[in-house]
Design a protein around this ligand. Structure first.
Ligand code: ATP
Ligand code: MG
Length: 507
C-alpha cells in the first residue's frame, strides 16, 4: 500500500467565491477555499455559520447562487447526491440518512442495485458489503436491518457506502456527536486508515474542538457564511479556535458556582426500568445543578425518561416538595412542573415542519388560551426565548427545519423552559451546540438555578459536568454507583466510577 502522507500538497478541491442565498438569509458568502488531496481538513464555526450548507453544495444537495467549484481539475456542477457519488464525493450527514427497514447491504447499494440478467443480485451485494465492512474492521452482518444497529454501526454503514462508490472526498458532518469515546476512537482509526492508505480526502465538521485538533491536518474557521482563517492544529489551542469562531474573547466558559438551598425538591426512589434501570434514585435540592454521568448505555436517558413519564417503569416512586407525584405520562410531568428535554431533538423534541413559535409554545398551550390560541402572546414568548438563548433565526415564524442543527437544539430547550418548570431534566443539552452557545446555555442553567429551579443534567462531556454542577452522580449498569462534589471531581474520578474500576456506592 502506498502512503500518501508525505506527498506534496496539491488541491483536490477548489472553492471559488461561492455564495448561497436562502430566501431570508445568505448562508454562505463569497467563500474561497482549497482542500489538499489526502488531508483531513476540519471545518468549524458557530451554529448557523454555513458549514453544512457549504458541504451540501459539494455533495449535490444544494446549488451555489454564485461562484464555482473545481474538483480534481474539472468543474463541479452537481444536480443530485447521486451525481456527487459518481464524481467520487460522499457525505455523511449531521442526521444520518439510512433507511431503517432495509438491510445493511441494501442501504450500501441503494439506487445502484447490482443486477444479473436484469434481476437484483442480493448475494453479490451481500458479499461486496461484507468485504467493505471487513475493511473497516467491522463485523456487522450485511443482512441485519439497519434500525437494529447502534448509531456507531449505522455510521460505519454510511462510511461503507461511501467506500463502495470509491469516494475520494469524504465529508463528515458532526459524526461523533452521538458516539461514545470508544466509538469515536474507532471512527478516527477508520478515518486515518482511509486517508493514509487510500489517499481519501476528508472534510470533518465538529463542535468538539479537541477532536478536530487531534484528527485534522488543517482547520478552517467560518463565521456568518464567510471564510475567516485556516490554521494548523499545533499553532492554536481551543481558546484560539473559539475566538476565531465567535470573533471575540469568550472569557470564562462557566459561571461562578453559587450555593444552592438545603431543601429537597425532588426525591426519586428505587426506580426499575426493564432492561435499563436497576434500583436507582437520588435527591435533588432547590437551586441545585446535579450532573448525571455515565457511559453510553448506562441507563441515564432511560432513567430520566421514566422519571418524566415518557417511558414505563416497573417500580419506583417520585415525590416533589414532599408530596408523592404519580407521573405516568408526559402530561403528568407538566402538571407537576417537571420538564424533560430529550437528547433526540429529531424524534421526540421538535416538530420540524412547524415554526419556532409553534414549537416553543407547544408544551404549554393552556397558558396561551387553548383552544383559542393567542397568536401574539405565543410569538412574544418565542421571541423572548430566542433572545435569551441567542437562537439564530430570521423570524420566529420560520420553520424549525430551516434552522441549523445547533439552533434547533435551542428551540427544543425553549419549548420546555416555556412550561416554567421547577425541575428541569436536560439530556445532553449542548450536543451539537457551538462553543459560544454552550457558554450561553451554561449561563442560562446557572441563572435558572439561581431563580430556585432545580436541574438534572445528563452529559457525556465531563468538563461541562465538572464546570457547572454542584454534585455529580455516576451511573453504571442501571445503578447510581457514586456521587462526587462538582468542584473537586476530576475526569479520572468520573471515568473510574463509570467503567466500574472503583465503587463509591451511595443511596
Ligand atoms: N433550507 C433552508 N432554508 C432557509 N435557510 C436555511 C436552510 N438551511 C440552512 N439555512 C440557514 O443557513 C444558515 C447556515 O446554516 P447551516 O446549516 O449551514 O449552519 P451550520 O454551520 O451547519 O450550523 P450547525 O453548527 O448548527 O450545524 C443558517 O442561518 C440557517 O438558518
Ligand atoms: Mg450543520
Amino acid at each position: 500500500m502506498r502512503a500518501y502522507l508525505h506527498s506534496v500538497p496539491e488541491p483536490i478541491l477548489t472553492i471559488n467565491g461561492v455564495t448561497k442565498d436562502y430566501p431570508a438569509v445568505r448562508a454562505v458568502n463569497d467563500l474561497s477555499l482549497a482542500i489538499n488531496r489526502g488531508e483531513a481538513h476540519g471545518l468549524i464555526g458557530e451554529n448557523g455559520a454555513g458549514k453544512s450548507t457549504l458541504m451540501k453544495m459539494l455533495s449535490g444537495l444544494e446549488r451555489p447562487t454564485a461562484g464555482s467549484i473545481t474538483f480534481e481539475g474539472q468543474p463541479l456542477e452537481l444536480r443530485s447526491a447521486a451525481d456527487a457519488m459518481k464524481r467520487g464525493i460522499a457525505m455523511i450527514h449531521q442526521e444520518l440518512n439510512l433507511i431503517g427497514e432495509l438491510s445493511v447491504a441494501d442501504n450500501i447499494f441503494l439506487g445502484r442495485e447490482r443486477t444479473t440478467l436484469g434481476l437484483v443480485d442480493r448475494g453479490s451485494a451481500e458479499t461486496a458489503a461484507l468485504k467493505l465492512l471487513n475493511q473497516l474492521g467491522s463485523n456487522i452482518s450485511p443482512r441485519t436491518r439497519v434500525n437494529r444497529l447502534s448509531i456507531a454501526d449505522q455510521q460505519l454503514v454510511e462510511i461503507a457506502k461511501a467506500l463502495s462508490c470509491e469516494a475520494r472526498l469524504l465529508i463528515m458532518d458532526e459524526p461523533t456527536a452521538v458516539l461514545s469515546e470508544r466509538e469515536t476512537n474507532a471512527l478516527f482509526r477508520v478515518v486515518n486508515q482511509l486517508r493514509l492508505h487510500r489517499g481519501v480526502t476528508i472534510i470533518y465538521i465538529s463542535h468538539i474542538l479537541p477532536e478536530v485538533r487531534r484528527l485534522c491536518d488543517r482547520i478552517t474557521v467560518l463565521r456568518d457564511g464567510q471564510y475567516v482563517k485556516t490554521v494548523e492544529p499545533r499553532e492554536v489551542d481551543d481558546a484560539d479556535l473559539a475566538r476565531l469562531m465567535v470573533g471575540r474573547d469568550l472569557g470564562e466558559l462557566f459561571p461562578q458556582r453559587a450555593a444552592h438551598l438545603p431543601d429537597t425538591v425532588l426525591e426519586v426512589r428505587n426506580f426499575f426500568v426493564d432492561g435499563w434501570v436497576r434500583g436507582a434514585g437520588f435527591e435533588l435540592h432547590r437551586g441545585e445543578i446535579l450532573g448525571l454521568a455515565g457511559l453510553v448505555g448506562s441507563g441515564r436517558t432511560e432513567f430520566a425518561e421514566a422519571i418524566a413519564g415518557v417511558r414505563r417503569r416497573r417500580s419506583g416512586s417520585v415525590s416533589i416538595i414532599g408530596e408523592p407525584a404519580d407521573i405516568r405520562r408526559p402530561a403528568d410531568a407538566i402538571a407537576h412542573r417537571l420538564a424533560y428535554v430529550s437528547e433526540d431533538r429529531k424524534l421526540r423534541g421538535l416538530h420540524l415542519d412547524l415554526s419556532i413559535t409553534e414549537n416553543t409554545t407547544l408544551a404549554n398551550l393552556r397558558a396561551y388560551g387553548f383552544p383559542l390560541l393567542k397568536a401574539a402572546a405565543r410569538r412574544a414568548s418565542a421571541q423572548e426565548h430566542a433572545r435569551r438563548l441567542g437562537t439564530r433565526c430570521a423570524t420566529v415564524q420560520q420553520r424549525v427545519s430551516s434552522l441549523s442543527g445547533g439552533n434547533q437544539q435551542k428551540v427544543a430547550l425553549a419549548k420546555w423552559l416555556d412550561t416554567k418548570p421547577n425541575v428541569l431534566i436536560l439530556d445532553e443539552p449542548t450536543r451539537g451546540v457551538d462553543i459560544g452557545a454552550k457558554q450561553e446555555i451554561y449561563g442560562l442553567i446557572h441563572q435558572l438555578a439561581a431563580e430556585g429551579r432545580s436541574i438534572v443534567m445528563i452529559s457525556s462531556e465531563m468538563p461541562e459536568l465538572i464546570g457547572l454542577c454542584h454534585r455529580i452522580l455516576v451511573m453504571r449498569n442501571g445503578r447510581i454507583v457514586g456521587a462526587l462534589p462538582g468542584e473537586r471531581a476530576t475526569e479520572a474520578d468520573i471515568m473510574h466510577l463509570a467503567a466500574g474500576l472503583r465503587e463509591n456506592r451511595v443511596a
